[in-house]
Design a protein around this ligand. Structure first.
Ligand code: ATP
Length: 349
């Protein structure tokens, strides 16, 4: 099993390093056996990061290490990584079994197994037993991705790299494939790096994740940390659908430090010493009509019924506010508040 380290990895595309800067000082450690996700909007550098780990791109600067060993100059086929891409990329003229066995042309099956035994074992692992003789065009999209996963895993690689493997599938298939991928990953205990632009998916499936923006890592943490304690405004808005506020520190009023925004003061649980300008966020679900503290009037613009809850988009003093309420509001004007403990101060920006 393998620990993966990226040390200050930068990547500039184009000859002589004058083209697009895709990665800047990316520093990540993926622990042995971890399911680690790279998440961020289109163009933030997720795929480039994965391609440098796989060896399809060379970093312009920095180092990549598998279990402490630098892999600079090692070609992809000698890195012991299994890769699954967004598009199925199966060989159409080969059967399912031949596709899965393909990776074993260059590498002996593990544990002295025959190729046939290993292929059968992998098809069982991805719940496709008995389908080895089919052609790829006789499979559904979800089944094809499972074949691609079985092919990537057949040589028992040290690392599994998955680049948006579910993005071509409909919502229901995505969920079932997601469950299968996480089950297989934890069964095998293989160190895995998963790429997605879908923040909900990233929070749902990862042991830890890195939120990327403009070629940089904004924050690395467990899903709960990233969601509850975003380190930057970008993470707060991208991951948590948060309401972000900015104001001026105004000393204390009794128990709580105060922040002034447009002449109104708000109580927060804590503000780091020496902070004059305070940025904090409050999750939509923490703004409630029943809260006693920090009341603010909101003008409702739209309501979306989501089943268990209603997402309300509104404005307070011209600022966009998102609420998550138990019911559709009866009036376009309502007042909500938040507890001081529910405000999280963003300390890096
Ligand atoms: P997406 O979610 O859309 O796939 P991404 O987060 O994976 O995006 P990358 O594909 O890594 O982002 O791209 C990062 C940046 O590098 C973008 O600005 C992109 O245009 C640029 N880029 C990617 N590949 C190349 C290339 N081969 N040559 C030049 N620039 C590239």
């Amino acid at each position: 099993m393998t620990e993966l380290r990226l040390e200050d990895v930068s990547k500039v595309y184009g000859a002589d390093g004058t083209g697009t800067s895709a990665l800047e000082d990316v520093d990540i450690t993926v622990r042995d056996g971890e399911f680690f996700t790279l998440v961020g909007p289109s163009g933030c550098g997720k795929t480039t990061t994965l391609r440098t780990i796989a060896g399809f791109e060379a970093p312009t600067d920095g180092a990549i290490r598998f279990d402490g060993r630098g892999v600079a100059g090692v070609p992809p086929e000698r890195r012991d990584v299994g890769v699954v891409f967004q598009s199925y990329a199966l060989f159409p003229h080969m059967t399912v079994a031949e596709n899965v066995g393909y990776g074993l042309r260059f590498r002996e099956p593990p544990d002295g197994k025959t190729v046939d035994d290993r292929v059968t074992e992998l098809l069982e692992l991805v719940d496709l037993e008995g389908m080895g003789d089919r052609d790829p065009d006789q499979l559904s999209g979800g089944q094809r991705q499972r074949v691609a996963l079985a092919r990537a895993l057949a040589p028992a690689p040290d690392l599994l790299l998955l680049d948006e493997p579910m993005s071509a599938l409909d919502a229901q298939l995505r969920e079932s494939l997601r469950r299968q991928v996480t089950r297989i990953q934890s069964e095998l205990g293989i160190t895995t790096v998963y790429v997605t632009h879908d923040q909900a998916e990233a929070l749902a499936i990862s042991d830890r994740l890195a939120v990327m923006h403009d070629g940089r890592v904004e924050q690395v943490g467990r899903p709960q940390e990233i969601y509850r304690e975003p380190a930057t405004r970008f993470v707060a808005e991208f991951v948590g659908d948060n309401n972000v506020f900015e104001g001026d520190a105004r000393g204390r009023n009794g128990e709580y430090p105060q922040v002034a925004i447009d002449g109104e003061t708000f109580s927060l649980a804590a503000i780091p010493d020496g902070t004059d300008r305070v940025t904090f966020c409050v999750r939509p679900g923490a703004l409630s009509q029943a809260a006693d503290h920090n009341r603010l009037p909101v003008t409702v613009e739209t309501s979306e019924f989501l089943g268990e809850t209603v997402r309300v988009n509104g404005r307070w003093n011209g600022r966009r506010i998102v609420l998550q309420l138990p019911d559709v509001p009866e009036s376009d004007e309502l007042t909500v508040g938040f507890a001081p403990d529910d405000a999280h101060v963003i300390d890096r920006d």
